[in-house]
Design a protein around this ligand. Structure first.
Ligand code: GUN
Ligand code: ZN
Length: 438
């Protein structure tokens, strides 16, 4: 039996923090340890106690004084956009047509799909992200390459072949039938294999005909336990075009509701410009709104009203994500920083404890994967991030005046990036330090 002890400061959340130092919301161990067995957390707590439950010859990896947390979770990211991140465009639809729908055509080639899938997982690992929900391209080959590479690395990943059959170049369109068939083939091949999860992925209402929406609805009925991902209410021109394409829908969200695509397993990227009716309907169906701050700022899409959605009587479930390549950074620390600023612009606040809860347990709950990831409880996957709040000279200097855990977290989200990620563990194995240097 392979067993190891990781000694470090440990932080794991129990629930959403409700104030700047809501100490009941988390478990913190100043001299803590995790006992890792067969890729899972077997015990977590104070070092003296946990070490006592390990055998005498169990190797100890000492990460003190770094902070170990559950690996970060990125619930919305586009794998085929790695080579168009940072492309200059006025707004969403122009950006999609000018860059994204050209770039994604390259993923018909399995060799290209394989190369980028490997680089994608490298990049996530370098940034401390151990689970992501990825859009692959329309090509079955791109989802195949993604899952094969993720499985080889034993990462817990979610992804899907995008379904899109209109308003895109012919090379990037499937059909209602082929979109259904290819998605089904990927589900049958990969869902539940190792730690792989397939998400049904109709891109958004603009690029799917009603016939394709029907097919997505059929997949949803056939596989009710799978996640489903799409985009909703990101940009005003997008909303207007959607209303033209679906004139009988009450509003944008009603398009998805009509086809039975709302629900607790449904992830809706962006949700910036929701009406009260849409927010009510999202809340009642348990649908998840995914906040993508760096993307929303980069594309000028708007300010996600996080607190408005989180604190209304009918609360909308919320996740936070990068949305690379509309998003401008793979780092969930950078994402938290931008998210904080988006709230500041609206006179809303997000505490550092809440930010780090969202990057870990909050996102795990939004994905209904909290039985596997997002906390350091026994039985959870040993997917971990090792954080150093003094990773750069500027951070180290600021650390001299930091006195509390909440302040340390705030420093990491404000100044941190991949340099603050000392190590990433995937199923108990070090993964960042062993990446080939490119
Ligand atoms: N809406 C439909 N497709 C996309 C995409 O690739 N990125 C973003 N940000 N929004 C979208
Ligand atoms: Zn997106």
């Amino acid at each position: 039996m392979t067993e190891k002890l990781i000694r470090a400061r440990l932080l794991s959340f129990r629930r959403q923090p409700m104030s700047f130092d809501d100490a009941d919301a988390y478990a913190y161990h100043e001299d803590g340890a995790l006992l890792i067995r067969e890729g899972l957390i077997a015990a977590a707590g104070d070092y003296a106690e946990v070490a006592g439950s390990a055998s005498a010859d169990t190797p100890v990896i000492d990460h003190r004084p770094c902070l170990v947390m559950p690996g970060f979770i990125d619930p919305h990211i586009h794998l085929p956009q790695m080579q168009v991140i940072g492309s200059y465009a006025p707004a969403l639809l122009e950006w999609l047509n000018t860059y994204v729908f050209v770039e994604e055509q390259r993923f018909r080639d399995p060799a290209h799909a394989q190369r980028i899938a490997a680089r994608f997982l490298d990049e996530l690992t370098r940034h401390g992200t151990t689970t992501a929900v990825a859009y692959c391209s329309v090509h079955k080959e791109s989802a195949e390459a993604f899952f094969a590479e993720s499985h080889r690395r034993n990462m817990r990943m979610v992804g899907g072949k995008v379904m899109m059959d209109r308003n895109a170049p012919p090379e990037l369109r499937d059909t209602p039938q082929s979109g259904y068939d290819d998605t089904k083939a990927i589900i049958e091949r990969w869902n539940g294999v190792g730690r792989q999860h397939v998400a049904i992925s109709p891109r958004f209402a603009i690029t799917s005909t009603p016939e394709q929406m029907e097919m997505a609805a059929t997949l949803r009925r056939e596989y009710p336990d799978l996640l489903l991902q799409t985009h909703l209410s990101e940009n005003l021109a997008e909303i207007e075009f959607t209303r033209e394409l679906y004139p009988s829908a009450k509003d944008y969200f009603d398009v998805y509701e009509h086809y039975g695509l709302a629900g607790e397993k449904s992830l809706f990227g962006h949700c910036i410009h929701l009406s009260e009716r849409e927010a009510d309907a999202m809340a009642e169906s348990g649908s998840v709104a995914v906040f993508c701050p760096t993307s929303n700022m980069f594309l000028g899409s708007g300010l996600f009203p996080l607190k408005t959605l989180d604190e209304r009587e009918k609360r909308v479930r919320i996740a936070i994500a990068t949305d690379v390549g509309g998003g401008t950074n793979y780092s969930m620390l950078r994402t938290a920083d931008e998210g904080y600023k988006v709230l500041q612009l609206q006179g809303q606040r997000m505490t550092p404890l809440e930010c780090f809860w969202r990057l870990t347990r909050g996102n795990a709950e939004a994905l209904s994967l909290d039985q596997h990831i997002g906390s350091l409880e026994p039985g959870r996957d040993a997917d971990l991030v090792v954080l150093d709040a003094g990773a750069t000279p500027a951070m180290k200097l600021r650390m001299e005046t930091v006195g509390t855990l909440a302040e340390e977290l705030f420093l990491m989200q404000t100044l941190g990036d991949d340099r603050a990620i000392v190590e990433t563990y995937v199923a108990g194995e070090p993964a960042k330090s062993v990446l080939a240097t490119q």
